[in-house]
Design a protein around this ligand. Structure first.
Ligand SMILES: Nc1ncnc2c1ncn2[C@@H]1O[C@H](COP(=O)(O)OP(=O)(O)OP(=O)(O)O)[C@@H](O)[C@H]1O
Length: 271
């Protein structure tokens, strides 16, 4: 009886997922750090040209799920991921997948801005150069300029491209990191609390940018700020103790969530 209902539930889930324009789909994703299980059979899709916010109390598994999407958990020694994750229908754990290429397609922006100790120009040019995206210096110049433009930083740095990236303000450094991610033409951008080290003005600038980037990319953002999730995302997924509690339109999640835990978290009753 259980087996039958499980099969029916899975069929219904797959049918629902097939009807939606997903860029990435995680099915039954579990993550273990050694013996400790951090994620429990998470089923969550990332829609095309949509910002998906991952919310939930500290330690609930948001960053762990995010890192599954470009196999960053591979870099953590005792981490083990099970389940299936696809990018445009292709299994990202398939042996034929080149992880370096995957991470160019699914880029990441971290909590703390982490520019390389190199010039502003080199920070952006590095990725396109190693991925062979530029055929000439003029090509590379063009990619650097357009990436800085898309990250909303070009006007502030165009006259100082040879200065150190680390000399920029925190907010500018984070936009430089976004330019660096964008420079390799990703399809998905993962952001792990990208504004937590920024002041309100720099945060507003990055949020504006996320809004603009959605036209071209699918974005997944981990945030502790309910206001930020409500401002920047169209879909919100709530995690609790390693489980996906629910996922829905952001407006619905913030006005009429299905699960009491979401309601309580949003109202600041825990977390
Ligand atoms: N490298 C690691 N080794 C062992 N355990 C880990 C590791 N990274 C995360 N964990 C554990 O996995 C669980 C989920 O952590 P994760 O960082 O994904 O949560 P989170 O929701 O992103 O938390 P926060 O909001 O505090 O960043 C936590 O219990 C955490 O302690």
């Amino acid at each position: 009886m259980n087996v039958l209902s499980d099969a029916a539930a899975e069929k219904a889930l797959v049918k629902k997922m097939n009807e939606i324009d997903y860029k990435m789909i995680g099915q039954d994703v579990s993550v273990y750090y050694g013996d400790k299980r951090a994620l429990f059979d998470v089923n969550l899709g990332v829609r095309n040209n949509t910002v998906t916010a991952l919310i939930g109390p500290s330690g609930c598994g948001k960053s762990t799920f995010l890192r599954c999407l470009n196999r960053m958990n591979d870099t953590i020694q005792n981490a083990r991921v099970t389940g299936r994750i696809t990018l445009d229908g292709e299994d990202i754990h398939d042996p034929s997948i080149d992880v370096v290429e995957l991470r160019a397609r699914v880029g990441m922006v971290f909590q703390k801005p982490n520019p390389f100790p190199k010039s502003i120009y080199e920070n952006v040019a590095y990725g396109p150069r190693i991925h062979g995206l530029a055929h000439s210096k003029a090509d590379l110049d063009q990619i650097v300029e357009s990436s800085l433009q898309r990250a909303g930083l070009w006007n502030e740095v165009k006259d100082r491209l040879n200065e150190a990236g680390t000399g920029l303000s925190g907010g500018q450094q984070q936009r430089l990191c976004i330019a660096r991610a964008v420079a390799v033409s990703p399809e998905v951008i993962l952001m792990d609390e990208p504004c937590s080290a920024l002041d309100p003005i720099a945060t507003a600038r990055v949020e504006e940018l996320i809004h603009e980037l959605r036209t071209n990319y699918s974005i997944v953002i981990v945030t502790h700020s309910m206001q930020q999730a409500a401002r920047v995302s169209q879909r919100t997924a709530m995690f609790h103790l390693g489980h996906l509690v629910e996922e829905d339109d952001t407006d619905k999640m913030f006005t009429n969530p299905n699960d009491q835990r979401t309601q309580d978290y949003i109202m600041g009753r825990f977390g």
